[in-house]
Design a protein around this ligand. Structure first.
Ligand SMILES: *Cc1c(COP(=O)(O)O)cnc(C)c1O
Length: 381
């Protein structure tokens, strides 16, 4: 039964702690008495375990997901003045990482069905850029990976590196291979509400090429290979032992928690598919998320679309169902990154219509039924 007075949230930061509280307390206690608090044995063990999970290669723990993207881009050779092809329907972090290098984003239009980078639009951008684009940075938005086989093939043809923004796609797959294992490097965030979340900030870069991994290793700590010798200009972007110990508790549960998300998503899809199309009014049509062939969705978010997004969000909010909007403003319309001359109709329309319904492992199928019943009520109102 769903307690209809309970407030349902799109993201619940404490849920991952409550589900594994005793193990997490024990892990923290182990670190407290270890006398080692930064880049120590817990980080090394987590790096090995997460690399094994991703199918081999190396993981380097860093301070957060934004810096994971930045260091990954630097490690594949992106420099000041270069261009990086990415999408505009993402969190500002993706763009901030590019800008931090002194590089600039080239915004690529999205695929209308899946809302991730369009391969055809990328081909056009690479053509037009005349060699100025040094890397492609697809974002696996909501846990749905971009079309990695096609993007990698295109990038290879143009001699451009691929870095995957996997901040929402821990455990997602493309043709059976993990998201993150396709490009030259991948960036993960362990922000508390991600599918694999810490209790604080954390991030990681994954790379199969040992040379790329080694550059990240140097970049994350002052350019040191050897202590006190800065071989290259580096910085401080380290993962701490407490976060790594917590991530080690949670990693073994990631697949089961993703399966739980998928189960909730399938309840949504089944219930909402039964709604009268457009509820008699085509303008109201609620569009359900589409999963492309061969994709293993991580269901970081269950995102529907409607031109009456704000009205639906308000209606549900008044009934204790707080939905999220990821993301209301595309990057090229953000004050910091504005490109007034650029229009991306599909991206802009997606940002105006998307609504993320509650979908995380702590919810029950009865909770999802309640959300669906309220959406049906809205359509009848
Ligand atoms: C969360 C997120 C990031 C940034 O991660 P932080 O750890 O918050 O820096 C980057 N890209 C996407 C798509 C994200 O969802």
């Amino acid at each position: 039964m769903s307690d209809s007075s309970r407030v349902l949230l799109t993201a619940d930061p404490g849920e991952g702690f409550r589900a594994h509280a005793d193990q997490i307390r024990a892990a923290i206690e182990r670190v407290l008495t270890s006398n080692h608090y930064i880049l120590g044995p817990e980080v090394e063990a987590f790096e090995r375990e997460f690399a094994a999970y991703l199918g081999g290669g190396q993981v380097l723990g860093v301070a957060n997901g934004t810096e994971a993207i930045e260091l990954a881009l630097r490690a594949v050779g992106v420099q000041r003045g270069d261009q990086v092809a990415t999408v505009a329907n993402t969190v500002s972090a993706t763009i901030a990482a590019i800008e931090q290098i002194g590089a600039s984003p080239v915004f690529v239009e999205i695929d209308v069905a899946t809302m991730v980078m369009s391969v055809a639009a990328l081909a056009e951008s690479l053509q037009k850029a005349n060699g100025r684009i040094k890397a492609v940075l697809p974002v696996h938005l909501y846990g749905h990976p971009a079309d990695m086989p096609a993007i990698c093939e295109l990038a290879t043809r143009h001699g451009v590196a691929v870095v995957e923004d996997c901040a929402q796609a821990h455990g997602a797959t493309v043709a059976g291979r993990k998201a993150g294992a396709w490009g030259a490097a991948a960036a993960f965030s362990f922000y508390p509400t991600k599918n694999l979340g810490a209790i604080g900030d954390g991030g990681a870069v994954f790379a199969r090429d040992p040379a790329v991994a080694e550059r990240v290793r140097l970049l994350r700590q002052y350019g040191w290979r050897q202590r006190y010798v800065s071989e290259i200009p580096g910085r401080n972007s380290r993962l701490d032992e407490i976060q790594a110990a917590i991530l080690r508790v949670k990693l073994p549960h990631l697949d089961a928690e993703n399966a739980r998300r998928a189960q909730l998503a399938s309840v949504y899809l089944e219930r909402l598919a039964k709604m009268p199309a457009g509820f008699g009014d085509p303008a109201l049509q609620l569009r359900l998320p589409k999963v492309a062939t061969g994709i293993g969705h991580a269901w970081h978010q269950f995102t529907v679309r409607t031109p009456r997004r704000d009205a639906l969000a308000t209606y549900l909010g008044e009934r204790g169902i707080r939905c999220g909007v990821l993301y209301p403003t595309p990057a090229h319309r953000q004050p910091a990154y504005a490109q007034p001359a650029l229009t991306l109709p599909l991206t802009e329309r997606a940002c105006a219509e998307v609504l993320c319904l509650p979908c995380h492992p702590g919810l029950t199928t009865a909770d999802i039924d309640r959300v669906c019943a309220e959406i049906l009520g809205w359509s009848a109102a």
